[in-house]
Design a binder for this molecule. Structure first.
Ligand SMILES: NC(=O)c1ccc[n+]([C@@H]2O[C@H](COP(=O)([O-])OP(=O)(O)OC[C@H]3O[C@@H](n4cnc5c(N)ncnc54)[C@H](OP(=O)(O)O)[C@@H]3O)[C@@H](O)[C@H]2O)c1
Length: 292
């Protein structure tokens, strides 16, 4: 039985991961910034008598982070796994994203994750073991239009994870990056709600195509438990890989991008019509996504 702390378990991938790991017998400290949003998790855990403990934790706040980690250590005396899952994804063209918006994204997706890592490393080092799972995205491997700020935060998380993995390897600690494709969770609606109107925007084509792709994703994207299963597998591996793609579309998107030059990726936006754009998309990323 492992002691696991997960951030952002009020919905989506965090919720699914908390339930999956608890059902497998791990003791799960399921954290969220607003415990009023714990109803689904609380009811399921009670009904199934799962070993889940709810913890209040806002990754944006240092005191909240250190307090939550202290609570786990006071109760258990050890921590085997941290899952850095909390994240936000307001889609926007770069020109339309204010400094405040960029800072908010980096505060949670990058600073929040690093804050959590710093809080758990002393105990993991003294244990001489532990696993840190950072939930990134395929957007941590490629930069789509209207996702530049989010993508930049996930590239940053991936870079920090890679360096960290080297630093802590001699201490017996493993670092794992999870890269989901499109997964049906509340984040998609929140992401699209942030997009500006395409009317009169200099980026109207990119905004419209982003809306179309993610509207399809809301219908046909993967289930959050698919990501939870990958996280469970990575944690269980004696020698985990650094990166795990999650979802069939993730493999197609990352593989397709790797086969393209930077210029081929950029000039996909040359098409005047959405039909032409999505025809090239389907050629570059065969069977990757259900396209409009
Ligand atoms: N869904 C996808 O297609 C997809 C694809 C690739 C990667 N991801 C990544 O997967 C992770 C989980 O996202 P999701 O899709 O499951 O979305 P979600 O359902 O919106 O879950 C995000 C979670 O993060 C929490 N959160 C946000 N800011 C926080 C903060 N400051 N402190 C603590 N918790 C905070 C949210 O809490 P509240 O309920 O309080 O807002 C929520 O519990 C994110 O890192 C996301 O970038 C998702």
């Amino acid at each position: 039985m492992k002691i696991v702390l997960i951030t952002g378990t009020s919905s989506g991938i965090g919720l699914a991961t908390a339930l999956r790991l608890a059902r497998a017998g791990d003791r799960v400290y399921a954290s969220m910034r607003d415990l009023h949003r714990a109803e689904t998790l609380r009811q399921t855990a009670t009904a199934e008598q799962l070993p889940v403990e709810l913890v209040e934790l806002d990754v944006d706040r240092e005191n909240s982070v250190t307090g939550a980690v202290r609570q786990v250590l006071d109760q258990e005396g050890r921590l085997d796994v941290l899952v850095n899952n909390a994240g936000i994804a307001p889609f926007n063209p770069i020109e339309a994203a204010s400094d405040d918006e960029v800072k908010r994204v980096f505060e949670t997706n990058v600073f929040g994750a690093l804050r959590m890592i710093r809080a758990v490393l002393p105990v993991m080092r003294s244990q001489r073991r532990g696993t840190i799972v950072n939930v990134s995205s395929v957007a941590g491997r490629l930069g789509p239009s209207c996702m530049g700020v989010y993508s930049a935060s996930k590239f940053a998380l991936e870079a920090a994870s890679e360096s960290l993995a080297r630093e802590v390897f001699p201490h017996g600690i493993r670092v794992v990056i999870i890269e989901p494709g499109i997964i049906v969770t509340p984040i998609l609606e929140k992401a699209l709600a942030n997009l500006p109107s395409e009317v009169d925007s200099p980026y109207s084509a990119a905004i419209r195509r982003t809306r179309k792709i993610f509207a399809q994703g809301q219908e046909n994207g993967g289930h959050p438990d698919l990501v939870a299963e990958v996280i469970e597998r990575a944690i269980a591996a004696p020698d985990p890989k650094l990166r795990y793609l999650a979802g069939a579309d993730a493999a197609v998107l990352v593989g397709g991008r790797a086969r393209m030059s930077d210029e081929e990726w950029i000039t996909m936006e040359r098409h005047a019509t959405d039909d032409e754009y999505f025809t090239e998309f389907a050629t570059r990323f065969p069977a990757g996504l259900q396209l409009p």
